[in-house]
Structure formats: C-alpha cells, structure tokens
Design a protein. Structure first.
Length: 570
C-alpha cells in the first residue's frame, strides 16, 4: 500500500457506517444487480490493494448507477474512488471526484460527513489549511453521535498544530478526553491518537514536561492495543522531542519509525522518517539515508504520476465507451423507429382516407339533418306567428262581424255599407299578413319593396321618414342579408305599431363605411324596458342579425322613445 494515513482511515470508518445505513430505491432488479456486482468486484480488488482495477470497477458501477438514477450508489462509488486517489497521492483528482458527488447529495444525507472529511484530508495534504478546517467542521455538523465527532475534532486539532495555533489544538483535544467518549476498551487506539496529538501540541507550545508525559502515555497505549501503525506517529513525535536533548534516543526512535513504515509500505511516513534521520546527522553517519530518500522520493513521484494518469485514462475510456454504446443504442433505436415510422405512415394514410370518407359522410348527413330541422323549425315558427296574428288581429273582429250580421238588419243600406266596410278592412289585413310571411323577391327593385314595407305604417297618426335609402347600392349586398334586413325592419315596424304609439319614425341608411351598411332607427314613442323588449319579440331580431355576422344595439327608456342601430357587413 503506497499510503495509509490515519486520517483516511477515519474517513473510511465514516463511509462504512454510511454504507450500512444506505437505503436502496425500488429499482429494476437487473440494473440494480449490475451496480451491486461491479461494486463487489471493486471492493475485492481494493482489499487486495489492486488500485487500478478497484478504481475501474467503481467507475463502471458509478456509470451503471447514474443510468438508473440511483443517487446513493453514485455517491458511494465516487467516495471510494476519491479514497483510492487520496491513498495514491492524487489529492486534486480526489477533490474533482468528490465535487462530482455533490449534485446527488440531499439535505442531511448519510454521506455528508464522509464527503466533507475527505475534502478536509485533501486540503490538509495540499497545505490548504483554512479550507481543510472548514470541511472538517462541516463533517462535524453531519456526525450523528459524540463518538463519531471525535475524528473530525482530532483532525481539526492536527491542522491547528500545523498552523502553530497550539492553544486551539489543546482546547479541542482536551475537550475530547474530558467527554470520556473514548474510555471504552474498543476505542483505545483512538484515545491513544488523541493523547499523543495533545502531548505533541504541548511540546510544540514549549510545555515539554507535560508534552513528554502525554506522548509517552499515548505511545504506551498504542503498544498495549497492538497499534503498530499508530506507534509510527508516536515514534516520530518522540524522536523530534529527544532530538536536541538525547540525540541517540531520537535516532533510535526515528529508525523504529522508518522500519514500521517500511513494514506497512507507507511511503510518506518512510520519507518523513528518512528526512528526520538525514537532518539528525551531526557526524555524517547517516549519509546513506540521503540516497534512500532520493530514490524513494523519485519513485513515489513517478508512481503517483502514473496512478494519476491511469485514473484519468480509466475515466476517459469509460466515458468514451459510454458515449459509443449510447451512440450505437441510439442508432439501433433510430433504425427501428424508421421502420416503424414507414409502417405507421402506411397505416395512418389508409386510416386517414377511411376517416376522411367517414367524416365527409357524417358532415354531409349532419348538415342535411340540420338544414331539414332548421326548415322544419322555420316553418313551425312561421305557422305559429301566422296563427297568433290571425288570432290576435282577425279572430275577434270576425266574431264581432258575425254578431253584427246576425243582430242588424242587413236590408238597410247603412247597415249593409257598414258590413262591407268591415269586410274590406279584414280583407286588407289578411293581405298584409300574407304579404308579411310570403317569399321576398330580392333580385329586382329591392329598394321599392322596402318602401312598400313602410307604406302601410305611414298614416295620419304616424309619420315614417326614410333618408338616403336611394343612395344604397343594393346590388352589392347578397340575397340572404337582404331578406334578414327586410324581416328585421318589418319586426321593428310591427313592434312600433303595437307598442310604441310613436307619432314620428326616422329610418336613416348610412353608406359612409365601404364594408358595412348601418341603419339607424329612431321613434318618439313611449319607450320600454329591456325586459319588455325581449318580451315584445325584439330578441328575435338580434338572433336574425347574428346569423349574418351583423349586430343590433337597442337604446330605450320609458317615455323617452326607442332607438336601434343595425350594422351588417356588405
């Protein structure tokens, strides 16, 4: 193993804790199994310290997890990849990998502490101390219990020592020990680490006696718990302490640290021990360590650069493979879609023709039935109106005439003349009703027919005035609109005769607008209310006008006359 810093071990403990709590989504079995199988392969290779293979399988698992939007596995895979990168000294690469996990992170996510802790480690190793502290504090917020908080707190204290801010480091480390959360026998190694770091902080501050006492206590605890790797850190701290006072002891402790680092294949700690041995060389006895240092330093630089390139290549190749596979899948789907499209186009074409034939048949039938119903309704409405007019205007008069004929001596000339006069009046009114509901010939002399329409209503009691009727070019108005206009004006005149009691009626034809014909009707009758207008049948006028896209506006008040403005397109 190229590098196994204590701080990464804590990050792994956090990650394992998160993995145990991870809740999987309900995902397709095959897709989920692929993610899980790739993870198992990756973990197996990681345990064998085959970092390239482990990184490769975690990356493959990550791509599979992204495809099914399994955010928990995406984050887990990316954290493991970042751990592998940090183990091999690729701290910038690890930060990039950790950043890729952030979009998948949710509020109060179980992985938050692990991610922030790994960010802290990367920044500490890159000597970006302020950022390291910030991330460790974020990790601290996400820890769920006091025991798990000890790791980030210890890491913060270590950074403070590197910043020579010894008082802050001492305060944090003493607070951890006072809480007693590390007193359990299973946490003896963690407690030894905190005690050793506290002793080292006191030593660096200048409190040598207390520093030596605590560092020795930590060293003894590590030996008791068989924490050989942890004792490496104690050896280096004690070697530094004895460097000036007892150089021989310092030399022995540094050598012990070097041997332990060599045993655990921890290159960074070997380099640190060699650097100390080289600097602690008053008589030139340790010159052979210089060659070892140079060789190791060159080797580790090459190896780490090699790992960085391999990790980058694995990601690039996976991305390229993913894009190629996606392109092939898209191409296959496009071909299938093209075949389906041709098939569906034929089907749609045939279906469209059939539907069009059916639609034409249905529309034709609909309009036939509609026209038939409209004709039936129009005939019924006309019959009803004729019957009403005959009943309202003629039936009573005929009854009275019969009574008159039965009760009066018809042999007398005055009586006979009176009877004939009444019969003639009834005949004229019958002709009026007949003319009112007969077909209107709009093709010739429509202007004269309109004038004839108004003539019967012009009497000694009512004066009808027409203006500019002769200026209208009736040829440019179609037949349907002429019929509608005729019937509308007819109903206005009937309404005036029956209800208005007007002595003056003005009908003005306005031709100033080239697209519209406007007719203003005004009388000086007794007026009406809106309810009475509808009741008196003028609602029918409005309905007629709307059928030819025209409009009519009524204006009336009691004792203030009646106005109507008719607008219809030419």
């Amino acid at each position: 193993m190229l590098r196994s810093p204590i701080y990464i071990l804590f990050a792994l403990i956090l990650l394992i804790s998160c993995q145990e709590k991870k809740e999987f989504k309900a995902l397709p079995d095959n897709a989920k199994k692929e993610v899980s199988d790739l993870q198992k392969k990756a973990i197996d290779q990681l345990e064998k310290t085959n970092f390239n293979s482990a990184f490769y399988y975690f990356n493959k698992s990550n791509i599979a997890a992204q495809a099914i939007q399994d955010s928990a596995d995406v984050i887990y895979n990316l954290i493991q990849m970042a751990y592998i990168q940090q183990t091999n000294g690729d701290y910038y690469g690890s930060k990039e990998t950790l950043t890729a996990s952030l979009p998948y992170l949710k509020k109060k996510d179980i992985y938050s502490a692990s991610i922030n802790n790994f960010f802290g480690i990367a920044n500490k190793e890159l000597s970006i101390y302020e950022d390291a502290i910030r991330y460790y504090k974020e990790a601290l917020k996400d820890c769920e219990d006091e025991i798990s908080k000890n790791g980030p707190l210890n890491n913060i204290a270590v950074v403070y020592v590197k910043q020579e801010n010894y008082d802050k480091a001492i305060t944090i480390l003493e607070s951890i020990l006072k809480k007693g959360t590390l007193d359990d026998a299973s946490l003896k190694q963690n407690k030894a680490r905190v005690i050793d770091n506290l002793g080292y902080a006191y030593f660096k501050k200048g409190m040598t006696e207390k520093g030596l006492e605590l560092m020795t206590q930590g060293y003894d605890l590590r030996k008791q718990s068989n924490d050989f790797y942890g004792s490496l850190e104690s050896n280096l701290h004690l070697a530094e302490f004895h460097k000036k006072t007892t150089p021989d002891k310092s030399q022995k402790l540094a050598l012990d640290a070097y041997h332990i680092a060599t045993k655990f294949k921890s290159i960074d700690e070997r380099l640190k021990a060699l650097s100390f041995l080289i600097s602690n060389n008053p008589d030139g006895k340790n010159d052979h360590f210089i060659e070892k240092f140079i060789f190791l330093n060159d080797s580790i630089t090459k190896i780490r650069n090699n790992y960085k390139n391999k990790f980058a290549k694995i990601r690039y190749d996976s991305k390229k493979e993913k894009e190629e596979n996606q392109h092939l899948r898209v191409e296959k789907v496009e071909n299938l879609l093209a075949l389906q499209k041709i098939k569906y186009q034929r089907l749609l074409f045939i279906s469209g023709i059939i539907l069009l034939i059916i639609a034409i048949a249905l529309i034709t039938r609909y309009f036939r039935i509609k026209n038939k119903n409209e004709k039936i309704k129009a005939a019924h409405d006309t019959e009803t109106l004729i019957a009403k007019k005959i009943h309202d205007e003629l039936a009573n008069d005929v009854f009275h005439l019969l009574t008159f004929a039965q009760t009066q001596p018809l042999s007398k000339e005055p009586t006979k003349e009176n009877l004939l006069q009444k019969l003639d009046d009834i005949y004229i009114r019958i002709r009026g009703i007949s003319r009112e509901y007969s077909d209107i010939d709009t093709k010739t002399d429509f202007e004269l027919k309109l004038k004839d329409l108004f003539a019967p209503y012009n009497s000694s009691q009512t004066n009808i005035i027409l203006t500019k009727i002769d200026d209208v070019n009736w040829a440019e108005i179609n037949e349907t609109k002429k019929v509608i206009l005729y019937r509308v004006l007819q109903e206005l005149m009937v309404n005036m005769k029956k209800h208005s009691e007007a002595s003056l009626v003005l009908i003005k034809f306005d031709i100033n607008d080239p697209k519209k014909l406007i007719i203003d009707y005004v009388d000086n009758g007794k007026g009406s209310t809106q309810a009475r207008i509808i009741k008196n049948g003028l609602q029918n006028i409005e309905n007629r006008i709307k059928t030819i896209d025209g409009s009519i506006v009524f204006t009336t008040e009691p004792n203030k006359g009646f106005k109507a403005k008719i607008t219809l397109p030419k």
